[in-house]
Design a protein around this ligand. Structure first.
Ligand code: DAH
Length: 344
C-alpha cells in the first residue's frame, strides 16, 4: 500500500462520510473499527510511514496525525448524535411520525337512508315527493280517509290528541292530534292538485303503543298514491312488485293477501317470503298495506270516482329496515348509540 497525501484526502472524505451516515450503533461501531480501531486505516497508515519517501515524511506525518484526530472527532460527534436519538423526548416535542388521531365522520341515520332508498325507487317511477304536517286535524287523519266517527281507530287511547282547550277561548277548538298515519298526506296532496297525482310521502307518525322490541310510540311510514284515469289493481301490482324486488332483491318471493282498510277497496297486504332472511323463523311477513283508493276518499277531496281511479300504499319504515338489515330491536333506532348507528 502506498501512503501519500492523496491517500489521506480520500480516507478523510470516506471516514467523515461513513461516520456521518451511521444511523445505528452497529453501523457506527463498524465505521469505528474500520477507521480508528487497532487494526483500522489510521493505525495502518501511521505504521506505513516508514515507506514514505524521506523528504515527504514530515508533511505526511503531520497530515496523518491530523487525519487521525479528525476521524476521532467525527466518531465522537456521530456517537453523541446517536445517543441523543435514544434519549427521552422533551415534554413539548412533537413526533411527526406518529399516526394521527382518527375522527368520526357523520352519516345519515339508517331511517333517513331507508327513506331515501324507498323514495328514490318511486321517484324513478314518476312519483313526486310530498310532505304534510305532523300535527293534524281529524279531517285529514280520519274523516276524508273514510274512517267514520266512532271507529276504534279514532279512540283517545289509540291516538295522541292535543289539549287545545284553553279556558278563556270562547270558540270550541278543533280537535288536533299527532298524525297516526302518513295517509293524511294522500288527502293533502289531492286537495292541492287536480288529477293526475303521483306522490311518495315519507314521514313520522305517532301512536300511544307500549314500547317494546317491535313497538314504539313514534315511528316512520312511507305513503304512496297514484290517481289517474283508468288506473287498475294491475297497475298497483306491477308498481309494488317492482318496488319490492328493487328494495329487497330481485329474487324476493312475495304475495298479495286480501285485507281491509277503510280508505281502500279492494285492499291487500304484501307479504314477503322470509326464507331469505335467516334471522327470522316466520315463513311470511307483511311489509306493506295497499289497495284501490275508496270512492269516498276521492269524493272527500272533490275528485269524481267515475272519472278517475287510484291506488295507494303505506309501509312502516322501521319494520322494513329491521327486516332488510336484521335489526332486532326497534328501540335501537332512537338509542343514539354509535355502536349501532355506525353499522349503516
Ligand atoms: N295507513 C295504514 C297504516 O298505518 C297503511 C296503509 C295501508 C296505507 C293501505 C295505505 C293503504 O295507503 O292503501 O296501517
Amino acid at each position: 500500500m502506498a501512503y501519500d497525501l492523496a491517500f489521506i484526502v480520500t480516507t478523510r472524505a470516506q471516514g467523515l462520510a461513513e461516520f456521518g451516515a451511521a444511523s445505528t450503533p452497529e453501523a457506527l461501531e463498524a465505521a469505528r473499527i474500520k477507521f480508528i480501531g487497532p487494526k483500522g486505516v489510521a493505525k495502518a497508515m501511521l505504521g506505513g510511514m516508514k515507506d514514505v519517501p524521506k523528504e515527504q515524511r514530515a508533511e505526511f506525518g503531520k497530515a496523518a496525525n491530523q487525519l487521525a484526530k479528525d476521524l476521532e472527532e467525527a466518531y465522537s460527534a456521530a456517537k453523541a448524535k446517536l445517543g441523543d436519538a435514544a434519549a427521552p423526548l422533551p415534554k413539548d416535542a412533537i413526533d411527526l411520525t406518529r399516526p394521527g388521531k382518527g375522527f368520526d365522520v357523520g352519516r345519515p341515520h339508517v331511517i333517513t337512508q331507508t327513506f331515501e332508498e324507498i323514495v328514490g325507487i318511486f321517484n324513478r317511477l314518476g312519483f313526486a315527493l310530498a310532505e304534510g304536517p305532523e300535527v293534524e286535524d281529524e279531517r285529514h287523519n280520519f274523516d276524508a280517509l273514510n274512517i267514520p266517527p266512532g271507529h276504534p281507530a279514532r279512540n283517545e287511547e289509540n291516538n295522541f290528541y292535543l289539549q287545545l282547550n284553553a279556558p278563556d277561548w270562547d270558540v270550541k277548538p278543533v280537535p288536533m292530534l299527532l298524525r297516526s298515519q302518513t295517509s293524511t298526506i294522500q288527502i293533502r296532496a289531492m286537495e292541492s292538485v287536480k288529477p293526475p297525482v303521483r306522490v311518495i310521502a315519507p314521514g313520522r307518525v305517532y301512536r300511544p303503543d307500549t314500547v317494546d322490541a317491535t313497538h314504539h310510540f313514534m315511528f316512520h311510514q312511507v305513503e304512496g298514491l297514484a290517481v289517474d284515469k283508468d288506473l287498475t289493481f294491475g297497475d298497483l301490482k306491477a308498481c309494488l312488485e317492482l318496488f319490492v324486488k328493487e328494495f329487497f332483491g330481485a329474487d324476493t318471493r312475495m304475495r298479495f293477501r286480501p285485507h281491509y282498510f277503510p280508505f281502500t277497496e279492494v285492499s291487500a297486504e304484501i307479504d314477503i317470503d322470509c326464507a331469505m332472511f335467516k334471522h327470522l323463523r316466520k315463513p311470511w311477513l307483511e311489509v306493506l298495506g295497499c289497495g284501490m283508493v275508496h270512492p269516498n276518499v276521492l269524493r272527500a277531496v272533490g275528485y269524481d270516482p267515475d272519472e278517475v281511479t287510484g291506488f295507494a300504499f303505506g309501509m312502516g319504515v322501521e319494520r322494513i329496515a329491521m327486516l332488510k338489515h336484521g335489526i332486532g330491536d326497534i328501540r335501537w333506532f332512537v338509542s343514539n348509540d354509535l355502536r349501532f348507528l355506525k353499522q349503516f
